[in-house]
Design a protein around this ligand. Structure first.
Ligand code: ARG
Length: 571
């Protein structure tokens, strides 16, 4: 469709210049004014004539009528007017030539660009605080982040996915102290992160009115920072045990990373940045703490050092950003976190700017809505969490049940149930625009009715089976052009893919792709219902419809992969 937009803009530009040279607009200007009509029956693209009215000294509807008359024919099946609007409908021959052939030619690359060639994008996502269970609150950053990575790769960028593990901080002091008091190695080796969490929660509860315990935890953390061997070994072990669960879930999701440098990696990289801040005169002492005053920018101060000289979350992020710039020379550094952290990012981005780093405008925070359960905030401490491993297990179980009923003889049943069960959760999550807060309910996550992952994967599998059957049967020569309205509508939907990809990247919004997938499924299933494929009487029509099905399979497959979904060929 992109081409159709371009051609429409060019033709309009010529027609306007001919009618009235004073009113001439460039094709680019016109392209910016083109709209999609609210109802596809009106046309595929619309041009509002208001802008021309002053220069042409005519009422917009009259201009619309004059231009429509000039433009009829060629690539347009029809050119009609509705008030000040001209509605263009693309011809079926043009669609077939430009869209179907492009998909057939480019295959899985259809929709990709080389816009990012030679440029690197660094993405920070997943990044859990270790020693906490991997829960529903981590799903957003993990799948949005990975999808943004795939989208940027699709646009030709070199991408570096970083899992910035929260593997340092006073919580490790508590964990070490708790383990030394009550823990034993075997239980943790068996029970993994859940056992660590139990110890941690117990320590926290007992800490509440016991200052001695608080001091003990602090002392253990200090020993850790000073390199005490026993504590370092415990820390390393706790990190490994609790990361295991995150790793397993990421494997299940097919989410990968290029670096796992976590917070601990930056401990020795912070002093240089703190020094720089001090030398620039940006640090101010406030009740013993070192801060950067941001009142000129309507933000609370950014905390750099605590009273006792220890560093903070922003200090680490600043040091990490400098390190990443030096290491990867990024064009963009994207951070995907809950919107609860928006202020944190705004603050330290500003500090980086004040430090004179000329790449501060390349830092991008991509926030997503917070998740609550039963209307209450997620909290490991009180147990108000849904663990991702439990959620996926339940979803996979439910899919397995349905499969046992509907398709008991399916090969690779286990693998397929996993792809569909996990995909259902991911699709459900990525369906809403990312900034929307979510009140999580198991019922809605596991409801497979309507616009869901299983529906999309099922449509993909349907395409696969038709293409396979056609291959077996052998196909004759195909018609040159589609003729049915539903065939044309499907092609128009497929034509929009490159634009949707661009939009998803520009807005950092994987849900643009999720919604697009539903558009494709709807268009395909309507076509499938109304146009017999293998039973089409005319051989050339049959072959054309198989080509359409194959093109749908290509685009649907690519789109599903871009939102971290697997694509089983049989369900
Ligand atoms: N570990 C943090 C958390 O769980 C998220 C880290 C996000 N990335 C960053 N560079 N700050 O809240």
């Amino acid at each position: 469709m992109l081409n159709f937009k371009k051609i429409t803009a060019e033709k309009l530009a010529n027609a306007i210049a001919e009618l009235s040279p004073d009113a001439a607009l460039t094709a680019e200007e016109i392209a910016g004014l083109l709209e999609y009509p609210p109802d596809a029956a009106m046309g595929d693209i619309a041009f509002p004539c208001f802008r021309l009215s002053k220069a042409m000294r005519k009422a917009p509807p009259m201009i619309a009528a004059a231009l429509a008359e000039k433009l009829t024919g060629g690539e347009f099946e029809s050119v009609t007017t509705a008030g000040a609007y001209i509605n263009f409908k693309v011809s079926k021959g043009y669609l077939t030539k430009n869209v179907l052939l492009a998909i057939e030619e480019k295959g899985e690359k259809y929709g990709s660009t080389n816009e990012g060639e030679g440029k690197t994008v660094v993405l920070d996502y997943c990044s859990p605080n270790l020693m906490k269970p991997f829960h529903i609150g981590h799903l957003g950053t993990t799948v949005i982040g990975h999808s943004l990575k795939l989208l940027h790769e699709f646009a030709g960028y070199k991408c570096v996915g970083i899992n910035y593990l929260g593997d340092w901080g006073t919580q490790f002091g508590k964990q070490i102290a708790a383990y030394k008091k009550w823990g034993d190695r075997e239980t943790i080796e068996k029970g993994g992160v859940d056992e660590l969490v139990k110890l941690y929660v117990r320590y926290n509860n007992e800490c509440e009115d016991n200052d001695a315990l608080k001091d003990e935890a602090r002392a253990e953390f200090r020993k850790l920072e000073e390199g005490d061997e026993e504590n370092l070994a415990l820390w390393k072990w706790f990190v490994d045990v609790s990361f295991e669960e995150c790793r397993k879930t990421c494997d299940l999701l097919g989410v990968t990373f290029d670096s796992f440098k976590g917070e601990s990696f930056y401990t020795d990289k912070m002093p240089a940045q703190v020094e720089k801040l001090r030398a620039l005169g940006l640090l101010r002492i406030d009740e013993g703490a070192s801060i950067v005053d941001l009142s000129d920018y309507n933000m609370p101060p950014c905390l750099i050092l605590k009273k006792d000289g220890t560093t903070l979350y922003p200090t680490r992020d600043i040091a990490a950003a400098v390190y990443r710039k030096n290491t990867y020379d990024f064009e963009k550094a994207i951070y995907v976190t809950s919107s609860a952290q928006s202020l944190h990012f705004a603050q330290w981005f500003k500090v980086v700017e004040l430090m004179g780093y000329d790449w501060s405008d390349k830092l991008v925070h991509v926030p997503y809505g917070t998740v609550s359960i039963g209307g209450a905030k997620l909290a490991t401490r009180t147990g108000n969490v849904v663990l991702l491993k439990d959620l996926f297990r339940q979803s996979i179980e439910k899919v397995t049940e349905i499969m046992n009923e509907k398709n008991p003889n399916l090969e690779n049943k286990e693998e397929t149930a996993e792809a569909v069960g996990v995909g259902a959760i991911v699709f459900n999550y990525l369906f809403n625009s990312r900034i929307k807060d979510i009140n999580f309910t198991l019922e809605s996550a596991l409801s497979f009715e309507g616009n869901t992952g299983p529906y999309a994967q099922y449509t993909y599998a349907r395409c696969c089976s038709i293409v396979a059957k056609a291959k077996e049967a052998g196909m004759g020569a195909s018609a040159d052009t589609v003729t049915h309205e539903d065939e044309a509508a499907l092609l128009k939907t497929l034509a929009k893919f490159p634009e949707r990809v661009q939009q998803a990247i520009a807005e950092y919004e994987p849900s643009d792709i999720t919604r697009y997938i539903i558009d494709v499924c709807t268009a395909f299933n309507r076509f499938y219902c109304n146009c017999p494929i293998m039973n089409a009487e005319d051989e050339a029509v049959r072959a054309m419809r198989v080509r359409l099905t194959s093109a749908t399979k290509t685009v649907l497959g690519t789109a599903l992969h871009l939102i971290c979904m697997k694509t089983p060929e049989k369900i």
